[in-house]
Design a protein around this ligand. Structure first.
Ligand code: HEM
Ligand code: ZN
Length: 181
């Protein structure tokens, strides 16, 4: 996973629990003197271990922690890549462009990123069917990112995770329902 994702987690943990909490996580789950640089890649295991630890400290299910993290991460990513967002006129066009615009841009900016495959089908003006596939199975993080995008555009968003890779399916299928501006 790219350093930018870890930097997002770092900011979230420090904002809510302080620097000591972040340093404790690093001490336990990353090699000594680890510094995350946005454009560099680090083993996924470090992220998973830290997410698991946060879940156990907060006594919350891992999926909830990943969702909250994803929601925060959306704000963090667009802060760092504000130009990417200029290409969209709202929530719907952003979601439809995750793969073909956003992650395509990421693939140009970052060296060998590990991106999920996301495909969308517009059902009507309130519904999109989104398919997610990745060996990292971070679909709950994807849910959070989608909620983060909804919040950014002031939309009421709902996600029905109809089928999930964690239940053995080849890809996750999520029905997004949204309403707003
Ligand atoms: C990685 C989904 C928007 C940049 C990921 C991952 C997910 C995801 C789930 C984790 C990797 C995996 O699952 O295999 C989404 C969704 C988005 C969204 C659902 C919108 C709702 C964005 C935006 C940016 C971005 C706005 C800004 C540039 C990245 C980067 C990575 C990533 C840099 C890390 C790649 C790596 O570690 O090599 N995305 N994303 N994404 N995404 Fe997105
Ligand atoms: Zn899933």
């Amino acid at each position: 996973m790219k350093g930018i994702v870890y930097r997002g987690l770092e900011e979230l943990v420090i904002e809510n629990h302080g620097m000591a909490a972040w340093e404790a996580l690093l001490d336990k789950h990353a090699p000594k003197n680890r510094v995350y640089i946005s454009a560099q890649s680090y083993p996924d295991e470090e992220l998973f271990a830290m997410a698991n630890e946060v879940a156990s400290i907060l006594n919350k299910p891992l999926v909830d922690v990943l969702r909250v993290f994803g929601e925060y991460l959306f704000g963090y990513l667009i802060k760092k890549h504000s130009r990417i967002l200029e290409q969209f006129d709202g929530f719907q066009s952003l979601i439809l462009g995750i793969d073909s615009v956003i992650h395509a841009e990421v693939a140009k900016l970052y060296n060998e990123p590990n991106l999920p495959q996301i495909s969308c089908e517009q059902i009507d003006d309130k519904h999109i069917l989104l398919n997610y596939c990745s060996v990292r199975k971070l679909c709950f993080c994807a849910e959070g990112l989608i909620y983060g995008a909804g919040a950014h555009y002031g939309m009421k968003t709902q996600i029905d995770h109809q089928q999930c890779m964690h239940d053995g399916y080849e890809q996750c299928r999520m029905l997004l329902t949204y309403e707003g501006q």
